[in-house]
Structure formats: structure tokens, C-alpha cells
Design a protein around this ligand. Structure first.
Ligand code: KMT
Ligand code: NI
Length: 174
């Protein structure tokens, strides 16, 4: 895992876009994000059990598995959104980038590689992209009924109760 501020420069979303300014673990935890590196699947199962996770799936994001739909899927994941539930992502193979919004509404880019685990709080605005290798195999874990549906940022998500809860938590934690 490596975290840094996104450079906001034009260019393919799959390039690193590293501004050269690192972000600290402290900054991530202030946003409510937890990170681990767990090579053992049993440790992931234990984490899921401790946090009360009931649902999971595996997704391989690549042209080989998605064919013609791949480019559209990659663009869709990169559309800024939130989820109404805490979610864990466990990278099984390949790598990718999660961008998350900072308190100042800037993008923080988190590079995840094999065995990286990230716990993302409900209500955080984020987006995802594969990197220039175009291959991410990941396990997605959800607490309750699978809530895979992304709620794309807009006037409605600003009023979303999970969004409001998140902002309260984040700004109270600083
Ligand atoms: C998300 O929430 O944006 C995703 O789950 C992206 C795909 S999982 C690597
Ligand atoms: Ni998402």
C-alpha cells in the first residue's frame, strides 16, 4: 500500500498520477480508512468475522474476463460514488487504485497490491481504477445484504443519511 495526493493532471486514470506528496497512515485513519496486509486468507476470514461481515464476492477486472465491457466498467468504477455500508476490499492478485476524498475534498490516491486489505467506511466518496496492467482480482466483502450499488455523487448523496453520518464521524475525529 502506498498513499499520496492525486496530481489532478489530465491523462489516463490508470497512470499513477502521483503528485509526489505522500499521505500518512494517520491521514487515512482520520478518514476512517483501515489498512492491513494479510497474505493468509484465514486472517481475512477472521477480520470479516470480527466485524460481522456476512457477504462476499470475487471480481476479476480485466479485458480477459470482461471483454468488450471492460473499458466501460473501468470508467464506471471511476465515477465518484459512495456506498451505504462499510465495505472491505481484499486484493487477491494484480493491483489498482482507490481514490478517496479528503476533508478538504481533494483526492487521496491509495495504491493497493496483492494481499492488501482496505476497510472503507460507509458514506465516503471514492472511485476505483485498475492500473496500466489492466488487471485487478479482488474480494469484496459487505456486512449486510450485498449493497454493490454505487450511489453517484450529486445533490441527493449530499443529503444521504449515511453520508451525513460519515461526515459527522470524520469531522469529529480530527
Ligand atoms: C468500488 O466500490 O468502487 C469497487 O468495489 C471497485 C471494484 S473492487 C476492486
Ligand atoms: Ni465503490
Amino acid at each position: 500500500m502506498k498513499a499520496y495526493w492525486y496530481d489532478n493532471l489530465p491523462g489516463d486514470q490508470r497512470e499513477p498520477h502521483d503528485s509526489g506528496r505522500a499521505a500518512s497512515a494517520e491521514q487515512l485513519s482520520q478518514l476512517g480508512i483501515l489498512h492491513y496486509n494479510l497474505p493468509s486468507r484465514a486472517d481475512v476470514d477472521a477480520l470479516a468475522r470480527e466485524r460481522g461481515y456476512k457477504n462476499r464476492d470475487e471480481i476479476t477486472i480485466s479485458p480477459a474476463t470482461m471483454g468488450a465491457a471492460y473499458e466501460a466498467k473501468v470508467r464506471a468504477f471511476f465515477n465518484e460514488h459512495l456506498h451505504e455500508d462499510e465495505e472491505i476490499r481484499y486484493i487477491l492478485d494484480g493491483g489498482g487504485f482507490f481514490d478517496v476524498r479528503s476533508r478538504g475534498d481533494d483526492w487521496l490516491r491509495i495504491r493497493l497490491e496483492r494481499f492488501d486489505v482496505m476497510v472503507m467506511p460507509a458514506g465516503i466518496y471514492h472511485r476505483f481504477t485498475t492500473d496500466d496492467k489492466n488487471y485487478t482480482k479482488a474480494m469484496r466483502l459487505f456486512k449486510d445484504d450485498p449493497k454493490w450499488t454505487p450511489l453517484v455523487r450529486g445533490a441527493e448523496t449530499e443529503e444521504n443519511e449515511y453520508r451525513k453520518e460519515y461526515v459527522k464521524m470524520r469531522d469529529g475525529a480530527a
